[in-house]
Design a binder for this molecule. Sequence first.
Ligand code: EPU
Length: 340
Amino acid sequence: MQIEKNISLKPYNTFGLEAKARYFTEAQSIEDLQAILKTSEAQDNEVLLLGGGSNILLTKDFDGLVIKIDIKGIELQHENNEEVVVKVGAGENWHEFVLEAIKNNWGGVENLSLIPGTMGAAPMQNIGAYGVEIKEVFDYLLAVNRKTGKVEKFNNTDCQFGYRESIFKNVVKGEYIIAEVVLRLSNNEHKLNTSYGAIADTLKEMGIDKPTIKDISDAVIKIRQSKLPDPKKIGNSGSFFKNPTIDKIDYEGLKAEFSDIPGYELPEDKIKVPAGWLIEQCGWKGKKIGDIGVHDKQALVLVNHGGGKGEDIWDLAQEIQKSVAEKFGISLNPEVNVIR
Ligand code: EPU
């Protein structure tokens, strides 16, 4: 284990923002992680954990220790005709794991194709797309307790999954480091989810009426590539805000004024409204302000065209929040982790 000083985080965040870490190290195993936590750099400073850096906005230099989680390995633990149980290192790239699953004919994660980031970050915010969330295939995870250094197990209920939420973002925020994730996937016979309109339309376009998990993955990749910028070309971190949930009564009030406002029914008289629509209606879609801006094909994505500054992206995000609040009376909350 080696702790380096004054390291640029530009290669480690998909916004491609320049920010320096006072200390920086990589953990390749649970033992590594336990040793790092005992160092004075970890004990005496603020610690920031990085996976793929795809859900973070760095607005300034980080005056503490950055630990990049690089724990690798995909291990088949159990297999029968119906299912497989696989243990995956937190540092494995999520999409590469999805491709591996499809290659092995393991089902359940195909709708989550092309989501950036790592396995360890996936349960943290219960990643979801096109009608599926990781919680549906999640068995348990192993996490290192930052205070005691001990490894603890969290099963599906322990994680308290919600929409882009888990216990790790709330009750025990900052207390654990996710090291390994165990998923339960279908083997051979798969339960496909093609309910999301865009998937059904794309499969039709592709001329497929009996899709395999590979077909669904291909369709999802196609949809994502048409809307979401490739971070290798344009810096971004996917959806910047969460889709807000409002009361049905407020939604009806808005509908009277804005007849085409989309909304998805949730339990308990709640409605989820697509933030991308709200932002587009406020005139932000495709806006460019110097080197930063709002993506022209999906208004929920803020972008760095190269050379942008994290603090400017944060200012822009606040401007967007302000205009959505003024026009619709709805407050938007960031989905990305903003480091200020
Ligand atoms: N819309 C607009 N204008 C826009 C963008 C969206 O009007 O510029 C409206 C459209 O009516 C569209 C609706 O919003 O039908 C929903 O858009 P989309 O299907 O693109 O999904 P989203 O709600 O914007 C969410 C997730 C994405 C995920 C997609 C697909 C959140 C915060 N985002 O986006 O996740 O890929 O659904 O399931 O829930 C991410 O978290 O980084 C991410 C990309």
